[in-house]
Structure formats: structure tokens, C-alpha cells
Design a protein around this ligand. Structure first.
Ligand code: IVH
Length: 692
């Protein structure tokens, strides 16, 4: 093949890929590639076309501003085209200088002449909108579309609280305000949380959004305004479309900065970071300052924008193709990148939560090199179907931990035998080997090793030493961290082996503090059963449950050996707590820790078991039907069972009570037919309360 033939072939392949990805991005709001990867393809095609200009056909993907008009929305021809903005590819400070140098050259300014005035803005990562106001009233909102023709989305945009429906103060006959509609990161996380819940509940048409910009685009271009309204959006104004000239009653603004102030006065949000700058030095300073603030902003930005401030100079500079010469976008490192999965590990958190984590080929994302990205939990890992060897999109935005957004189609489409195995959560904790369990209705697996598990050591020790547990005064976060990291404490009993000499040898530990801690440890040995029990950090066993258990059983051994049924007899102990206690004391390590603590001298006064009270509803059979006003059916069932009642699925002569809620059906009819007493939720709660 000749080099030319090669170029023709490559350009055709690139065009096809770009068309596909542009369609996914602009039309379906479901991109398969991070922007940075798309940009690379785009730039490669641009380079080929620069070399072989005949390849730059009218329908080449490089020849449009981007976007396509979705069927279902009315098309709007923009009165003033919505332009694109040139992106400075050099993300270092030199990018800002290069822009300033170009501007000065175009304006014919001497190198040592006075600096040019600019306005520095944020480059928001959302969707550009044109908002048309006639005599101050919002009459039309349109997306950018391909820059010439956009989509009319007025109905959806009316639901965005930050966009005024009527301008404050005096308004010209016509003005079009342009800006970016976006979704804040916290709103995005919350939306995806809701989306995941819907998917878990079996709603097939729902999806999880890959990033806030996508979620925002999805909301704006949602055909059902009610759904759009449920996805909160925000807005920043930054530009102008058609406007009545000053000579005919339009605003008399001569700079970009004046315009931004005018937008603000009309009621639009304008980013507070916006700043005037003189010359390249101040552009660089702005880029650096915002770069430091980027992670802390509540929304995504992918760079900053520099604009020549004077409208007259803007006119003089004009445009090249569809990009103004008077503005440039100066980017930051991309927040999404492609990389490959080298392994999937399971990490154990401080509270015992097991999290699958993808081990990645190192990749530079959002300004840092990332080698780990969370897959959240088993369900998420399976839904995304991430396998070892796959190419994935990694996202790191703000101080959020990096996450795997999804697998690229090429990897996902491979036959199953050419990919790694489907992820399954181990049933044993990878750190300590104790059982890992997933409770009903929970997404996370947890290690049941508690005190024994190294991953949970610091948290377990802090909890045990807390004021409401055995209370070791002066044993705080920092000290526990130091002690565990130096391997001076591995399990709780090690606490009581700490001596004055060990403590005083620690960094930043004064003699007096060391003495105090030794004394506090000694004091903590004399405790009470509820404090000790609470201090063990058993899941679902809070202070009050610990008290109830101590009162009911009197002695620790009785609690450790109680069966689930016996545990259920305790006031306020339901199946979840009973099971959690059982799992905890079934782990031999946990019993060992308890024994060792006793051997170290931790003691309390044991009591007698409370007289066995007959459970208030023992021997009674209940049937629940319909929707109860406040309790979910499972909750009602738990409560009744904890009080000793049996809850049956169907009504018979042996049924004592039928608890009926809204839309109760045939069970209610049957109860009436058999003469079984029918009660409502309130009466049921009263029966439960009466028995206490
Ligand atoms: S001005 C004449 N200012 O970037 C220049 N655009 O690539 C027109 N954007 O479609 C755009 N923040 O979605 C401008 N402060 C800002 C911006 C901004 C984000 C987006 C906008 C536009 C794209 C241009």
C-alpha cells in the first residue's frame, strides 16, 4: 500500500469511529469513550486531513461543530450561530502565553507594548444553552445542536430554578443569554443512587449515568418534562446571542466583563471566580489558582476560558472557521481516561465493609496517577461486568475516589472464554479469613471478624476505648494510629500490655501523658457488662441493646451461648440483631479476644438473669394484609415475632388477628367470613405496647 492509500484507509476508519462515538455522545447521551480518547481520534483525523487536504470532505466529522438534532424536539435555527471555542492543547502555563502572543500578533501590538485586558472564566462541563428573552420574558430555550440548528427545550428548562423566567430590572426588546446548564456533583451522585435503586428494583429502562455532564444532557433532552424536573440542574451565564443594539434600547456594554455584570443584574448566576486579567502573567496565575481549587468545586470543570475583554477588539479579531480568535479554552488534565484492568482485589474497610477494587495499569486522571479504582460492591461490579484484561474508562473528579465507569465496547464484545472470570465476592474476609456475610436488603458484604480483623483494628480499638464503652481517657485517634502502625497493638488485649516505658518511647509523648494513659487503662478494667458488650463493636448492638441484653441474661457467658430464639426473647432484639450476635460469637477469634480481656483483668459485676417473662403475644397468630400506613410489612412482622407472635400467610379459624391496611383483599374478606378479629396498625401497635 502506498502511504497515500494508507492515509485514505485510516481516515475512513477514523471517520466511521468518530461518527459512531459522536452519535453515542450527542444523540444518545451515552458515550462509550472518555472525551480525551475521542479527542485523540479527532486530532489524528485532523492531522491526516492537514496532510492530504482532499480527504477533508464536507461530511468529514471534523467539519461540524458537533451535536445532532434529536427527533422529537422542535428544531431552532440560531439567530447568531453558537460557536465553538479553540482548545489550547498545551495544558502547561505556556498554553496561556501562546494565546496572548497570538492575540497580540493579530492586533499588531508591539512585543513591549501595554498588556491586553482579558476576562478569565471557568470552563463548565455541561451543555450550552441559548435563552431568548423578549421584553424580559423567557420565550425560548434551545440547545446548541450543531451550532446552526439546535433543539427547543423550553419546557424542560423552565424547571431549572437558577434560570430566570423574567429578567430583573429593565430589559431590552430582545436579548439572548448563553451559558452552561450543568449538574452539581452531589446531585449527580444522588441521582445515580436513585437510578441504582430503580435498577435493583427491576426497572429495565433505567440506567446509571457515566458523569454529571451526561446526566445533565439526559435531563435537558428528556422528552418528558416531569422526569426532567426530577433531575436538578444548575446554570451559569457566560455569553451573548442576538441582542437589540444599544442605539435601539439595548444594554450599553462595551466589554465581556460589563456583560457578565449585566447578566448577574438580570438574575443569572455568574461564577464568582470570574476575573479580569492583564496580560499573559495574570492568565497563568488564574489557571494555576483555579487548578488548585478544582477538586473542591461542587461541579466539574475541564479548564478555564480566556476572552479578550473589549467587545471592539473581539470584533477586530473575528473568527477562523467556527472559532473566535478572541477566546481560548485552557484545559486541565482530563477527569476520565482509558486504561486496562490488571486484577480485581477486595479491600476491607475500617468497619469491615468489603469493596471490590480494580487494579489498573497506571493512568494520569484528574491530575494524579491512578492505579486503583473502586467498583463499589458486588452488584455494581457485575452490572458493569468488569473483567481482568478489559479496557475500561476510569473517572476521578473532585476528591471523590476514582471509579471504573464502564468497559469499552471492544472488550465487552469479546467472547466469554477470551475474558477473565465474572467477579464474585469471596465468602471469607481476605484479610483475616473470617466469614463475610451480606445481610438481607444490603448491598455490602461485611467481615464478621470484628476485633480480630487487622483491617478493622484501629476502628475496633477506638470504639472499645470510647467514653460510652470501657472509656480509656486520652486514647484518641492519633495515638491508636501510632500504636497500630508500630505494631504495638494487634488485638484489644494488647492494650492492657502497654507499659509506661513503651508509651513514653513514642513520638511526641510526654512523661505525664504516658502516666495518665497507664492510669486510664487501669481504671477502664473496672467496667460494666453493658459497656463491655457495647465496646466489642458487634454490628447492630448499640448502647441500649447492650443494656437490654445485660439485663435479660445477667452474665456474659449466657449471652455468648444464647441461641437465636433465646436472643429474640430480649426486649427490642429482632432477627437482625439476634443473627448478628450469633455470627459474632460463633467466630472463635472473637471468643478468644473476650477471654484474653478477662485474663488481663477486665471485670464487671455480673447479675442474675431477669425473671423469664412470658412474651406478651406468645401463642397468638397474626395475618397481615394490605399496605399499612407507617410500617413496611417486614417491619410489622419483625415486631410481632419479637413479641412472640406467629405471623402466618393465610387466614384460617386458628388466626387470632388480621391486621388490615389499605387495599386489603381476599384475606380481609375471609377474616370477616370466619369472624376473625380485624385490627388496624394502630391497634396492633397498642397490643405490642400493652405487653411491654
Ligand atoms: S464561550 C465564542 N465560555 O465550551 C465562544 N464556553 O467549546 C463560545 N463552555 O459550547 C463559548 N464554559 O458549552 C464559553 N465560560 C465559558 C464556557 C464555555 C463552558 C463550553 C460551551 C461551549 C463549549 C465551546
Amino acid at each position: 500500500m502506498t502511504p497515500r492509500e494508507q492515509a485514505v484507509q485510516e481516515a475512513a476508519a477514523l471517520s466511521e469511529q468518530l461518527r459512531h462515538h459522536a452519535h453515542r455522545y450527542y444523540v444518545l447521551d451515552a458515550p462509550e469513550l472518555p472525551d480525551a480518547a475521542y479527542d485523540q481520534l479527532f486530532q489524528r483525523l485532523q492531522a491526516l486531513e492537514a496532510e492530504h487536504s482532499d480527504l477533508r470532505t464536507a461530511d468529514s466529522p471534523t467539519q461540524r461543530v458537533g451535536g445532532k438534532v434529536l427527533d422529537g424536539f422542535t428544531k431552532v435555527r440560531h439567530k447568531v450561530p453558537m460557536l465553538s471555542i479553540r482548545t489550547e492543547t498545551d495544558i502547561t502555563a505556556a498554553g496561556a502565553s501562546a494565546f496572548d502572543a497570538r492575540v497580540r500578533k493579530e492586533l499588531g501590538l508591539a512585543e513591549d507594548g501595554p498588556p491586553v485586558d482579558y476576562v478569565c472564566e471557568l470552563k463548565f462541563d455541561g451543555l450550552a444553552l441559548n435563552l431568548r428573552y423578549e421584553h424580559g420574558v423567557l420565550v425560548q430555550a434551545a440547545t446548541r445542536g450543531d451550532g446552526e440548528v439546535g433543539e427547543e427545550v423550553t419546557q424542560n428548562i423552565r424547571t431549572v430554578q437558577q434560570i430566570p423566567l423574567r429578567l430583573n430590572g429593565s430589559a431590552p426588546p430582545v436579548v439572548e443569554v448563553r451559558g452552561e446548564v450543568y449538574m452539581r456533583r452531589d446531585q449527580f451522585e444522588a441521582l445515580n443512587e436513585r437510578q441504582r435503586a430503580k435498577i435493583a428494583a427491576g426497572q429495565k429502562n433505567e440506567k446509571v449515568f457515566v458523569n454529571p455532564r451526561n446526566a445533565a444532557a439526559g435531563a435537558v433532552r428528556q422528552l418528558d418534562p416531569a422526569i426532567a424536573a426530577a433531575r436538578p440542574l444548575s446554570f451559569f451565564a457566560y455569553g451573548l446571542g442576538e441582542v437589540t443594539p444599544a442605539s435601539e434600547g439595548g444594554p450599553d456594554c462595551t466589554t465581556q466583563f460589563d456583560w457578565l455584570q449585566q447578566f448577574h443584574a438580570w438574575g443569572f448566576p455568574v461564577a464568582t471566580q470570574t476575573q479580569r486579567a492583564r496580560g499573559a502573567i495574570e492568565l497563568i496565575a488564574f489557571h494555576e489558582t483555579i487548578g488548585r481549587q478544582r477538586d473542591a468545586l461542587p461541579y466539574d470543570i475541564d479548564g478555564v476560558v480566556y476572552k479578550v475583554d473589549s467587545v471592539a477588539l473581539q470584533r477586530q479579531l473575528g473568527f477562523v472557521s467556527r472559532e473566535p480568535r478572541w477566546a481560548v479554552a485552557h484545559k486541565y488534565p482530563a477527569q476520565e481516561q482509558l486504561t486496562t484492568v490488571q486484577g480485581i482485589e477486595v479491600q476491607v474497610g475500617r468497619t469491615g465493609k468489603l469493596t471490590p477494587v480494580a487494579k489498573l495499569a497506571p493512568v494520569f486522571v484528574g491530575g494524579v496517577t491512578v492505579t486503583n479504582a473502586t467498583l463499589h460492591n458486588e452488584d455494581e461490579a457485575r452490572r458493569k461486568d468488569v473483567r481482568v484484561g478489559d479496557t475500561v474508562i476510569v473517572r476521578r473528579a473532585g476528591d471523590v475516589i476514582p471509579e471504573v465507569v464502564g468497559v469499552v465496547p471492544e472488550s465487552a464484545a469479546k467472547p466469554d472464554d477470551q475474558r477473565g472470570p465474572v467477579f464474585t465476592m469471596p465468602r471469607q474476609c481476605p484479610v483475616c479469613g473470617s466469614d463475610a456475610v451480606r445481610e438481607e436488603d444490603e448491598v455490602d458484604y461485611r467481615c464478621t471478624g470484628g476485633l480480630f480483623c487487622a483491617a478493622q483494628r484501629k476502628e475496633a480499638i477506638l470504639h472499645f476505648a470510647a467514653r460510652r464503652a470501657v472509656e480509656v481517657e486520652g486514647l484518641g485517634d492519633k495515638l491508636v494510629e501510632q500504636l497500630v502502625d508500630a505494631n504495638l497493638i494487634r488485638t484489644l488485649p494488647d492494650l492492657y500490655k502497654l507499659g509506661f516505658t513503651t508509651l513514653v518511647g513514642l513520638d511526641r509523648m510526654a512523661e505525664k501523658s504516658a502516666k495518665n494513659i497507664v492510669a486510664a487503662l487501669e481504671k477502664s478494667k473496672q467496667t460494666t457488662l453493658p459497656r463491655f458488650l457495647f465496646g466489642l463493636g458487634i454490628r447492630h448492638v448499640g448502647e441500649s441493646t447492650a443494656k437490654d441484653l445485660a439485663k435479660h441474661f445477667g452474665k456474659l457467658d449466657a449471652i455468648m451461648d444464647a441461641t437465636e430464639v433465646e436472643l429474640l426473647e430480649v426486649n427490642d432484639v429482632g432477627p437482625v440483631v439476634a443473627q448478628s450476635l450469633r455470627t459474632f460469637f460463633d467466630q472463635p477469634h472473637n471468643r478468644e479476644v473476650v477471654e484474653q480481656l478477662r485474663a488481663c483483668g477486665v471485670t464487671w459485676e455480673e447479675g442474675e438473669p431477669a425473671p423469664r417473662t412470658v412474651l406478651p403475644l406468645a401463642g397468638k397468630t397474626f395475618v397481615i394484609t394490605g399496605t399499612l400506613p407507617t410500617l413496611a410489612r417486614d417491619e410489622a412482622k419483625d415486631k410481632l415475632e419479637s413479641a412472640g407472635a406467629k405471623v402466618a400467610g393465610s387466614v384460617s379459624k386458628k388466626t387470632d388477628y388480621v391486621v388490615a391496611g389499605a387495599e386489603a383483599g381476599s384475606k380481609l374478606d375471609k377474616a370477616i367470613a370466619l369472624g376473625v378479629e380485624v385490627i388496624d396498625e394502630a391497634k396492633m401497635l397498642a397490643l405490642l405496647a400493652a405487653g411491654e
